[in-house]
Design a protein around this ligand. Sequence first.
Ligand SMILES: Nc1nc2c(c(=O)[nH]1)N[C@H]1C(S)=C(S)[C@@H](COP(=O)(O)O)O[C@H]1N2
Ligand SMILES: [Mo]
Length: 430
Amino acid sequence: MKIGGVFYCQIRFKPSYSIPISGRKIIMKTNRRHFMKAGMAMSTALLADSALAQDTTLIPSRGPGEMIDSSVTYADRSPFVKDAKMRGSANGLSGGGFTPLQHSRGMVTPSGLHFEVHHSGVPEIDPSEHKLLIHGLVDDEKIFTMEDLLRFPSVSHFHFLECAGNGMGEWMGPRGKTVQQTHGLTSCSEWTGVPLKVLLNELGVRGDPKWLLAEGDDGARMTRSIPIWKAMDDAFLAYAQNGEFLRPEQGFPLRLIVPGFEGNMNVKWIRRLEVGDKPWWTHHENTEYADPRPKDEIRAFSFYMEARSVITSPSGGMKLNGPGFYEISGLGWSGAGTVSKVEISTDDGKTWQGASLQGPVLPKCHTRFTHPWRWDGKETTILSRCTDDTGYTQPTYDEMYKLQGPIGMMHNNAIQKWHVAQDGEITNVR
Ligand SMILES: Nc1nc2c(c(=O)[nH]1)N[C@H]1C(S)=C(S)[C@@H](COP(=O)(O)O)O[C@H]1N2
Ligand SMILES: [Mo]
């Protein structure tokens, strides 16, 4: 038997089995149900015999590993893990990097692979000098230091963050080669910080407060109007991401998290909040992030990133190694709520089957889905579509064009198709 390999037939219904390790025998107690399970998984013969290692000798023990280097203060990845790269897509002040979703597992994005969108580069901010002003329709205007903010009651939540321009290049046709290029402007982190409602209640709001202006401390002075109901619902000022302080690229030392709303409203390096009774109609609200509608209309505020999903494996640029079993795996998310189902088609949308959702399934959060698939070696197209708990289902490109017109740019949440050629090559198709 191969340790760490696949269970072989002879262990199927034994009440216990033994693995000889360095001359000793370790008896693993187990029960019949366990083996029924193992037997069931095995009976589907997931991998062809040739794909399993046939050498049944034991793996020899190793000597000591590398010396521990005490000068290392932040651990690196294995030198064998080279492919998952975030940047390499843009240089300069504007732009940033795309998350390599084709290498993603589970629902969390490692902080160092979180996508980045900057409108004027990444400012270097000393947290001991950073200040946040809250003013406008409040009883008490106040300036907070980071030290002040760290003393407030905090929350931690997993949320995806998606740029409204994610998939912008795909409007005119299938352009991106990989899922990193087509969908890489979405990532998911655990964010920790202070709820806005805690701060606003602390200051006391007055008059008829309806909107909140958030302003960033970067060269772009990113400024957005946030509806006050959202501020009082679940928006928060985050100072930490995945268990440590924010990355500079994610807005160190302080950023706004507006769960489920378009990335642009999640103002980084935040320095000012103003409570008001109308929106401010800032540059980014009037131009880039406004959606065209048929009949020469423009929708000014598209808050929600609507339900969307994509198969991350197999995906564009990958190649299947012959017919047989493959796990289809991908991500679904919705800014309006929780993913309630993801359906998969492996026959170009003719028939659909429900995928399994890997827990935890959280609101406004990436949700990993998986689906077992046996490829028969014939040319086909695989796709996924997501439905959220509001009942909304991800549209096809045709449906989305009807709503936004073919000249849209933002909020592309259409169904993604991956073509599987006879030689196993996966490509982006419409
Ligand atoms: N101050 C400031 N905040 C900003 C931006 C910016 O350029 N400056 N970019 C916005 C855009 S367009 C997006 S999509 C998100 C990206 O967040 P990330 O870089 O942490 O992924 O931040 C938003 N907040
Ligand atoms: Mo964005």
